[in-house]
Design a protein around this ligand. Structure first.
Ligand code: ADP
Ligand code: ZN
Ligand code: ZN
Length: 707
């Protein structure tokens, strides 16, 4: 019997209840002085617990759907692989409203209410006829269609190559062939689901579409989840948590933008939804397609080795060309509003032609730090190793500002004078999106400028408003963070300026170049997507106004202090494969993922010394476990290893951001050449760690994304 908590608990069943208690069913059990909803993990004749201490279950939730056995398999895999309890995986996967025990005299049940409340995602436009696919799209679709049982496809399509169209054709085909079948479409961003929900609904007018993400109101989440779990919704679109929705008739999975870091949960059970989706597909023997213009190096490597089938869409639809890429060397240049003169001129030209420009900067807020130039005071966060960022919080005059820490969210008013020396002239250093927006308004008076970042998106519907306005042509210049990079298809956009591109070049995190390349490629991919504007098409434009100039190709300007860095060479050739293969060669050389497998033990405590002491002890325990390993035990790991040293425990070090919200943080990296010895080791090590008495708190991150 599974109580939705840490692990499994036993309850006794009265004879009258027995017929209704089935694996996957829902029950109410006594818990402390209260009651809780539990899921039945299995039935047994006996218990290892003293019979006198086994409590009877209270009731059975008769109108709840029985959860399918394959879902338990997935949950079990997830618990084993990430070394967490079954309940820790299962509990968050179930909407809160449905796991609340019914009140003693409740009228109606939560399940009945959720069923009544379900309103499938609706299309905002009339059902549209899909465009005929081009040759590359058709070839990819044929390969997907031919899949029989489990297979992983990596759909590598450049930006604007029509990947979505391939998914939608394929999923329609799956639904047509399997009268009950359900398809799961995972997307990285909540901001993208309404748009996609409507688009998909328009294409599948006969099917109900459920949408699952963490931003839904509790009632909607329960309604959509239940529709998915009961098979009423044939199409399920969602963010990472949707991978844990128990779909009884799962027939195909798509993971869009599979490289996106938001597929990795960063708290609790730190699962990768992309990886779990592959496991689910394999358990259910169904095909899965991962799509991206810039696949993760893990997926790329698997495709290169033939474990995944690579499907390529090498061209933009309708013959639109990829944008040209120019590097602007920032060294010794005088900038206005962070922009080099070339960038300002380019924006001016685009606007004069009635097109749109996008200015990309990966820094939200007004200015990254507030400084006193007379004594050197900086707006450090008192609780983190980071600066508090100056934010403009009201557009009213006089504008009001606050200092906000992006890591612990602490806020404070802007001091009237320097806290150290009393100087009243404090200086905002650098620029974030807000200040860039302000500066652009001065550089281009009368132009319509819109900003999109997480601060804007905090207001429900605000992000969509900006996106809609951009689509409608009501925006001249878009300013924003990588939120703007994802998936949007702005037809009038012909110029992208990346203000500060150097962040990822010299980071201590080995994945930083991969992320930077992907981000720049995605942002660059917003430019010149319209075949009529960006390519060899005719000059009759959609809105009827003729374009007199020759067809325009999109243009990307990358401002950098390191114009000779090889990353930019690959970028300007749009050569993802070249970049990825070069990165893989480097990683192989130095022994990094995907050639090696990593687990991170993170510890936090009041002081760095305490955190490091815990990790030192953990390392000692790990090493003694390895040296005392028996032939049947850990030594099986040695056989797998190439170096003879199966599992390597590195030295504990403070984390790159060593202080967060008043806690000091440190980490210990554990590595092996294959997964098996690593997990064998963890199964022996974790129980030992739980016995350590230390003020430090710790958690494990399997396949960590950020190091
Ligand atoms: P990607 O996801 O690869 O960046 P999309 O799937 O968003 O590209 O496609 C870009 C645009 O091209 C979309 O507006 C889509 O409707 C359109 N499109 C896709 N395939 C075709 C096609 N075969 N013919 C005409 N338009 C297409
Ligand atoms: Zn000062
Ligand atoms: Zn802070």
């Amino acid at each position: 019997m599974a109580q939705l908590g840490a692990s499994l608990f036993d309850y006794s069943i009265a004879p009258a209840q027995a017929p209704a208690v089935v694996p996957g069913g829902w029950v109410v059990v006594p818990w402390g002085r209260g009651r809780r909803v539990g899921l039945v993990a299995g039935l047994s004749d006996r218990s290892e617990i003293d019979p006198a201490r086994v409590k009877p279950l209270l009731s059975v939730l008769a109108d709840a759907p029985v959860l399918p056995p394959p879902w338990f398999e997935l949950v079990r895999f997830c618990g084993d692989y990430y070394h967490r309890g079954l309940g820790e995986v299962a509990l968050p996967a179930i909407p809160k409203l449905l796991r609340t025990p019914p009140a003693a005299r409740a009228r109606g049940s939560a399940f009945v209410r959720a069923r009544e409340r379900f309103v499938p995602a609706a299309s905002t436009q009339a059902a549209s006829l899909p465009p005929p696919l081009n040759d590359a799209q058709r070839a990819a679709l044929d390969a997907l269609r031919a899949a029989d049982g489990f297979a992983v496809f990596l759909l590598h399509g450049i930006t604007g190559s029509g990947k979505t169209e391939v998914y939608l054709h394929w999923l329609a085909d799956v639904l047509a062939r399997d009268a009950r079948g359900q398809v799961l479409l995972l997307v990285p961003e909540i901001a993208l689901t309404p748009q996609l929900g409507a688009q998909v609904a328009a294409r599948f007018p006969g099917h109900s579409v459920a949408v699952l993400h963490s931003d839904l109101a509790d009632g909607d989440r329960a309604a959509h989840w239940l529709a998915a779990v009961e098979g009423r919704a044939r199409v399920v679109i969602g963010t990472r948590l949707a991978v844990l929705a128990p779909l009884p008739a799962l027939a195909a999975i798509v993971v869009d933008e599979e490289h996106d870091a938001s597929y990795k949960q960063q708290e609790g059970v730190r699962y990768s939804a992309r990886d779990l989706a592959i496991v689910a597909a394999s358990q259910r023997k169904v095909p899965i397609a991962l799509g991206s213009a810039t696949p993760s190096l893990e997926s790329w490597h698997a495709a290169r080795r033939g474990r995944y089938r690579l499907l390529a869409l090498p061209e933009r639809v309708g013959g639109a060309q990829l944008p040209t890429l120019d590097r602007v060397d920032l060294r010794g240049r005088k900038l206005r509003c962070e922009l080099a003169p070339e960038s300002i001129d380019a924006i001016g030209e685009v606007l004069a032609r009635g097109e749109q420009a996008l200015v990309f900067i990966n820094r939200r807020g007004y200015a990254p730090v507030l400084a006193c130039e007379s004594c050197g005071w900086l707006s450090r966060c008192s609780d983190c190793s980071a600066y508090r960022v100056l934010h403009r919080i009201a557009a009213t005059r006089p504008s009001r500002y606050r200092l906000v820490c992006h890591h612990c969210s602490a806020e404070q008013p802007v001091p009237r004078a320097c806290p150290d020396c009393g100087n009243v002239d404090l200086t905002a250093l650098g620029r974030g999106t807000q200040r860039l927006e302000e500066g652009l308004a001065e550089l281009f008076p009368g132009r319509r400028i819109a900003r999109l970042d997480r601060d804007v998106a905090r207001t429900r519907g605000a992000a969509q408003k900006v996106i809609d306005a951009a689509h409608a042509g009501d925006v001249d210049i878009l300013v924003g963070t990588q939120m703007l990079a994802k998936g949007h298809d702005f037809r009038r956009l012909t110029l992208v300026v990346a203000v500060d591109s150097d962040g990822g070049l010299f980071s201590s995190d080995f994945r930083a170049p991969e992320r930077m390349f992907a981000t720049l490629m995605q942002v660059a991919g917003r430019a010149g997507r319209d075949p009529l504007r960006g390519g060899a098409g005719s000059s009759d434009v959609d809105d009827g106004s003729a374009v007199d100039a020759a067809p325009l190709r999109g243009r990307v300007i990358v401002q950098t202090r390191f114009p000779d860095h090889p990353l930019f060479d690959y970028l300007s050739r749009h050569d993802f494969a070249g970049f990825a293969d070069a990165q893989l060669a480097e990683r192989r050389e130095v022994g990094l993922p995907p050639y090696r497998f990593q687990v991170l033990l993170r510890a936090e405590a009041a002081t760095q010394a305490e955190a490091l002491a815990f990790l030192a002890q953990a390392k000692g325990l790990g090493e003694s476990l390895q040296s005392s390993a028996t032939p049947q035990g850990l030594a099986c790991a040695t056989a797998d290893s190439l170096s003879g040293e199966a599992v390597a425990l590195l030295d504990p070090v403070p984390m790159a951001m060593s202080r967060l919200a008043g806690r000091e943080r440190a980490q210990l990296l554990v590595e092996a050449n294959s997964r098996r010895p690593l997990h064998v080791f963890l199964r022996a090590w974790l129980p030992a760690l739980r016995e350590v008495r230390s003020p430090a708190r710790w958690q494990l991150d399997v396949d960590p994304l950020e190091i």
